[in-house]
Design a protein. Structure first.
Length: 640
């Protein structure tokens, strides 16, 4: 696991940026605390920060060259089947001088070029420089577990693992108002867009070949779309439910086993939910000395799952560590997290992931996690809600008909009753929309018009409605009036998983030099799950059905029939207490808003009034999005 960056200058103007390669590489130091390596020639620069996991010797440092000194690689990630690939290459006469997966990837590419990507089981973003043809070959893993940003203009091509490295080249920082409009709804910015109009993200499952003033992009993987099958499965070659359970267990076991390879200490995150418990169960079978880690919240007992985590740890005899935190502990890390975020990203659960990663890193360099299972197997409340809208009954129609009533009650996340009112409001609102618009509304915190209303008149002139609509249409392309849950899950995989969940985990773990591996996102597991009919994943009684049933015989029975909790930090309390002055007198003050010229203070003041009212609803999420943006803007756009 590492950080990578590079530049390909097309002319003398572009070459001027080459002087920044060291600064751009150093900007990634937290991703790779163990070694920094840089290569430059007349028009090319490559930088690498290393977090040593496989073959920790200096022989495996990067940039790494082949024997002929033609090809050079910088690589972020892990190839879990590298030993199998190495044996295949050795049988063909290929020699190796290290024990690293990096060298295997380099030698495989030399023989098979972009076709090598179909053989890789892992997560990665890498660049291979061919100094004979004068080209970069760049690729990103199938699901976007590892990030890759780039900038391409007439003078140069830049790429990096994080925006802070791109900024170190001294680029022009021009806001993308379509991205900002999307961010104000979702609290993150979906690929391929970024907050800057000139910087893009390479899409998951894609590769890119760069030569002088030319880019070629290819797609080597797409999640199989099985949504056109019937809910019960109509093809004779489909597995029955019992066989599907067995196959899932087999594939997940193989996936976990692959992800245990490491030359440094390895553990597992254990929340006490089904997903992380499954990963722990399988890992402990192959690693008897497994160390597991949980985070507990003393002040937020409703979200504290450490009791269940301890139960699972005891059941599988793992060495278990609980990091028990107060709200003050969470708040103490806030500035460090906001300072590390280099593009507006406002999933507040990142705070918990940051602290969990920071504490885990004191004991291990690698951790397994259960990420991806909810998007694959319908684990969220919205999936149950979608199922109800596809075939509404008496209760669903009543919830819709009583929409005016729900609006009379206070709605918030602060207590069970107010939270239920909030959910009923959102459900009734979604029932009135088309499948596409319902998905978009439930994916975000603000309506399109409400997000746009926050723009100043000057910002509205810069907002390109056609560009925004095109991006949204691409994101929602798998949804229609004939959609089923598999279409919703496919859209979740492409939008929520890669742009929110995986971004959160990568950014917060890498800020602490911790590698996080995700067994549910082995491509063989994903391909299999997307071959299953939707009713294997969810019905009116059970979410993640096939997973829960497959592992019922080995998991503690107490994990079943308990509510899914997730985690939310106490934003509302902070905003109304510790952060009130920061919000009112600084970040969302009339002075700064008017000086900035991006937002309408009239609309901002309405949000502030609602925040401090007795009926805040979901406003804290929107306020958090604004706080993150304002903090980022002051730091990155030049106003300290």
């Amino acid at each position: 696991m590492c950080g990578i960056t590079g530049i390909f200058a097309f002319n003398l103007v572009g070459k001027f940026n080459l002087i920044n390669i060291t600064a751009a590489t150093t900007a990634l130091s937290k991703r790779g605390p163990d070694h920094q390596g840089i290569y430059t020639d007349n028009f090319v620069g490559l930088g690498h920060r290393r977090l040593s996991i496989i073959d920790t010797s200096s022989a495996a440092h990067q940039p790494m060259w082949d024997e002929e000194k033609r090809y050079c690689i910088i690589f972020n990630g892990e190839i879990f089947n590298f030993l199998e690939l190495k044996k295949e290459l050795e049988a063909k006469g290929v020699a190796f001088s290290t024990q690293s997966d990096t060298e295997v990837l380099l030698k495989l590419f030399i023989r098979e070029k972009e076709n090598c990507l179909n053989k890789l089981n892992g997560f990665f973003a890498f660049c291979i420089y061919d100094n004979q043809e004068q080209t970069f070959f760049i690729a990103r893993d199938r699901f976007g577990i590892k990030p890759l940003l780039y900038l391409f203009d007439e003078d140069k091509f830049l790429f990096a693992s994080e925006m802070k490295s791109i900024l170190a080249y001294g680029i022009e920082k021009q806001l993308d108002y379509s991205s900002l409009h999307t961010y104000l709804q979702l609290n993150y910015i979906p690929a391929p867009a970024t907050i800057f109009s000139t910087v893009k993200k390479l899409m998951p499952g894609h590769w890119m070949k760069v030569s002088v003033k030319k880019i070629e992009v290819g797609n080597y993987y797409t999640i199989p779309n099985s949504s056109r099958r019937s809910a019960v499965g109509s093809r004779q070659d489909e597995l029955n439910y019992e066989d599907a359970k067995l196959k899932l267990k087999e594939l997940l076991d193989a996936s976990v086993q692959r992800r245990l390879i490491s030359d440094v200490p390895l553990g597992a995150f254990l929340s006490g939910g089904i997903d992380s418990s499954v990963v722990t169960a399988l890992a402990s079978k192959h690693k008897p000395d497994l160390h597991t880690f949980s985070i507990g919240f003393r002040d937020e007992k409703f979200f504290d799952e450490t009791e269940y985590a301890r139960l699972v740890a005891k059941h599988f005899n793992t060495e278990h560590t609980v990091f028990s935190l107060t709200n003050d502990d969470l708040y103490a890390h806030l500035h460090s997290i906001l300072d590390y975020i280099d593009e507006p990203f406002a999933d507040s659960s990142a705070i918990a992931v940051y602290i969990l990663s920071k504490e885990t890193r004191k004991h291990a360099t690698v951790a397994l996690s259960g990420d991806g299972a909810d998007e694959l197997l319908a684990g969220y409340n919205k999936h149950s809600a979608f199922l109800k809208t596809f075939d509404p009954g008496l209760k669903e129609n009543a919830a819709n008909a009583l929409a005016p009533l729900w609006k009379l009650f206070p709605a918030s996340r602060s207590n069970p009753f107010a939270n239920k009112i909030r959910q009923l409001n959102r459900f009734a609102e979604g029932m009135k929309l088309s499948t596409k618009e319902r998905y978009w509304r439930w994916a975000g915190y603000a309506k399109e018009n409400d997000a746009l209303a926050l723009f100043s008149e000057k910002s509205k002139e810069k907002f390109l409605q056609e560009e925004y609509s095109g991006r949204k249409s691409e994101i929602l392309k798998h949804l229609s009036t004939h959609s089923d849950i598999n279409d919703v899950l496919l859209t979740d995989m492409n939008l929520v998983l890669s742009n929110d969940m995986l971004t959160k985990v990568d950014l917060m773990s890498m800020a602490n030099g911790l590698e996080v591996r995700v067994p549910f996102l082995d491509f063989e597991v994903v391909n299999f799950i997307f071959s299953l009919p939707s009713n294997f994943k969810i019905n009116n009684d059970l979410r993640k059905r096939v997973l829960q049933d497959a592992f019922k015989d080995i998991l503690p029975i107490e994990l079943y029939n308990r509510p899914k909790k997730g985690f939310e930090v106490p934003l509302l309390k902070w905003f109304q207490r510790e952060m009130k002055s920061l919000i009112v007198d600084d970040l969302l003050s009339e002075k700064l808003i008017n000086e900035q010229g991006i937002f309408s203070y009239t609309e901002i003041s309405k949000l502030k009034s609602k925040l401090f009212s007795s009926n805040p609803g979901d406003i804290h999420a929107r306020i958090w999005g604004l706080i993150v943006f304002q903090w980022w803007w002051k730091r990155v756009m030049g106003r300290k």
